[in-house]
Ligand binder design. Structure first.
Ligand code: NAI
Length: 480
């Protein structure tokens, strides 16, 4: 029986390996992690991450050909194929701080693989890494090996949180990069055969190592660029009276542009887009390409602009101060159908409002109070490190309360900010919301989920990103 071991039981390692186990009953899959809390979670009824459909997949295979363990070295030693799906956060100090990828966790995983291996292995980069990482990893493996051979492959993951299982069942493509040597080509074939159990051959793209590594960074940069492009348009729409939804629809019907990923919002979040673009920027700078670096940097600048523009709209609409006013924050996750809050725009918006001394009442159906407290007290980039290395969170933050019901959050609030497009926020009884709020009652929709016309009829003053402005807001400054 072929044995696969995956180092890193996170948002990528867990779901990806569960689906491989489901689709390949003849392969034994073990997911290992240094965090016993994470592994205990995977072995319990409350999985450590929320993804629609994930519970069913894990339940079907766990204990049969899918295992979760903290015995990292033992399972790596026994495996034929080792996936590495550990954190690759942005460096917070030293050379390249704030941009370059921190490969500490990858390097320590590679050293451990070399140290414990007694048989030849294929080592697969699943984490998103800078171009040419495979070369560095190869060096670590070959200089530390004990008579064994390692072949390295790049197999970046393209799943999106919230739809991970759907994406893994039916991927747009699977990308496998390897060396153009006989050993490299043989390893590509071995991994291709694993995916071929359920992915059509024409969707499995095989390239050289560097193309595979760069394609992942490029894909995330293009996706984020699309969001920043439509968000840049949203500011212009507000200034001119155009409606960003109508503009998106009109341009999306052009088959060269396409309709997906054209929703204006308060900004993109998630663990990957910002980190991967910063990484791309750094690689461009290191390769003497400052113009290319600046081009991609702008995608992040527009994202930051969009978040501060939103905060400014809130404060300026509410008589230029939110001091001591209760603001309800609906949604904290970076998008719906996930509990992940890494780089969620809600963090920057909440911090901006707290900076103006607002009182926040936060509700998200999937994010715990502990998580929100941590997020609002942590420094940028700290979130992307393994949980046990993160600073402990304070027990509470003055001015912030976390509640478990949207109606509780909005009670006596002066304003409501919608930060995540959870379906339940579309279906709220907005008359009931209005009745329970202070007047004038404001709604600031950062995801364009509410029906602006209906809410205005109820009596709300509504700001919805990129939509024609409420007469109330028209004369207010957009940016401080
Ligand atoms: P995560 O933080 O959820 O999981 C990483 C896990 O690796 C943690 O549980 C950590 O404890 C473990 N770990 C770190 N060092 C270890 C070591 N030496 N030995 C054993 N376990 C170790 O991260 P996530 O989101 O799964 O991301 C992993 C990689 O996949 C990153 O490079 C990310 O950029 C990439 N990626 C993430 C996607 C996402 O949607 N989250 C999508 C595609 C790629």
């Amino acid at each position: 029986m072929v044995k696969i071991c995956c180092i890193g039981a996170g948002y990528v390692g867990g779901p990806t390996m569960a689906v491989i186990a489901l689709k390949c009953p003849d392969i034994q899959v073990t997911v290992v992690d240094i965090s016993s809390q994470r592994i205990n979670g995977w072995n319990s009824d409350h999985l450590p991450i929320y993804e629609p459909g994930l519970d069913e997949v894990v339940k079907k295979c766990r204990g049969k050909n899918l295992f979760f363990s903290i015995e990292v070295e033992k399972h790596v030693a026994e495996a034929d194929i080792v996936f590495v799906s550990v954190n690759t956060p942005t460096k917070t100090h030293g050379l390249g701080a704030g941009k370059a990828a921190d490969l500490t966790y990858w390097e320590s995983a590679a050293r451990m693989i070399a140290d414990v291996s007694k048989s030849d292995k294929i080592v697969v980069e699943k984490s998103t890494v800078p171009v040419k990482t495979a070369e560095a990893i190869e060096r670590i493996l070959t200089h530390n090996r004990k008579g064994t051979n390692f072949t390295i492959l790049s197999n970046p993951e393209f799943l999106a949180e919230g739809t991970a299982i759907k994406d893994l069942f039916n991927p747009d493509r699977v990308l496998i990069g390897g060396r153009e040597t006989p050993a490299g080509q043989k390893a590509i074939k071995t991994l291709r055969d694993v995916y071929a159990n359920w992915v059509p051959m024409e969707k499995i793209i095989c390239t050289n190592l560097w193309s595979a590594e760069l394609s992942k960074l490029a894909a995330n940069a293009f996706l984020a660029q699309r969001i920043s492009s439509v968000n840049a348009m949203s500011a212009l729409c507000e200034a001119t009276g155009a409606d960003v939804s109508e503009v998106s629809h009109s341009i999306g019907t052009d088959s060269r542009i396409g309709p997906k990923f054209l929703n204006a919002s308060v900004g993109f979040g998630g663990s990957c887009f910002q980190k991967d673009i910063l990484n791309l920027v750094y690689i461009c700078e290191c390769n003497g390409l400052p113009e290319v670096a600046n081009y991609w940097k702008q995608v992040i600048k527009v994202n930051d602009y969009q978040k501060s523009r939103f905060v400014n709209r809130v404060v300026s609409s509410m008589f230029n101060t939110v001091s001591t006013k209760k603001i309800a924050i609906l949604g904290f996750a970076f998008k719906k159908d996930t509990g992940d809050t890494r780089e969620t725009p809600a963090i920057d918006v909440c911090k901006g409002l707290l900076g103006d001394k607002a009182r926040l009442s936060i509700y998200d159906p999937q994010v715990t109070e502990d998580q929100i407290t941590k997020d609002l007290s942590m420094r940028k980039f700290d979130k992307d490190h393994p949980a046990h290395l993160q600073p402990p969170s304070p027990t509470s933050i003055k001015q912030v309360s976390v509640v478990w019901d949207a109606y509780e959050a909005v009670k006596d609030a002066h304003g409501v900010c919608i930060m995540t497009e959870w379906d339940e926020f579309k279906k709220l009884d907005y008359q009931k919301v209005y009745d329970s709020m202070q007047k004038p009652a404001f709604v600031f929709d950062g995801r364009n989920v509410v029906d602006v016309g209906v809410l205005r009829k109820i009596g709300f003053i509504v700001y919805s990103i990129g939509k024609p402005l409420d007469p109330w807001l028209k004369d207010m400054p957009a940016v401080a």
